[in-house]
Write a protein that binds this ligand. Structure first.
Ligand code: ZN
Length: 151
């Protein structure tokens, strides 16, 4: 069985495949047995799509191969950065079982930093969450990008 660190390492490799113009965030979806269903990198610049966050793209692709329609029951999503409100909402809608993420995002994070969208007790589906996995490696990827792109 893959460790959470293994899952984040896969997400880091997905991030590394991002278009050089895009903030390198990567997401990977695994099924309950640990099989990789889909991976994606943030592609907002590459696609001109404001919703093309890594998590959204990976969830869409995973649902195509998971075999339970739009429901990603039993799935785990690993992402290098704490999800925003849109992606946190999408995780709940997709019925993802678990979320593992790397770096915290104090400016926009919606899984504990600014909001906690996925664990709101009013929701009937609440994914389990573990944040801060390989946090420094994930943060370093972003720091490098912003140092070279937005000095
Ligand atoms: Zn997002």
């Amino acid at each position: 069985m893959l460790s959470d660190e293994d899952l984040i390492r896969a997400a880091l490799s997905a991030a590394a495949a991002a278009d050089p113009r895009d903030v390198p965030v990567g997401a990977v979806v695994f099924d309950a047995s640990g099989r990789e269903l889909a991976r994606a990198a943030n592609a907002r610049e590459a696609t001109g799509d404001p919703t093309a966050h890594a998590e959204i793209l990976a969830l869409r692709r995973a649902a195509q191969v998971h075999g339970d329609g739009w429901r990603l029951t039993g799935a785990t999503l690993a992402v290098t950065l704490e999800p925003c409100t849109m992606c946190a909402g999408a995780l709940v809608l997709a019925r993802v079982d678990r979320l593992v993420f790397g770096a915290w995002e104090p400016k926009t994070g919606a899984v504990g930093s600014l909001w906690d969208v996925v664990r709101d007790r009013r929701l009937n589906h609440r994914p389990q969450v573990r944040g801060g996995v390989l946090e420094s490696a994930c943060a370093a990827t972003l720091d490098t990008f912003f140092r070279t792109h937005r000095p």
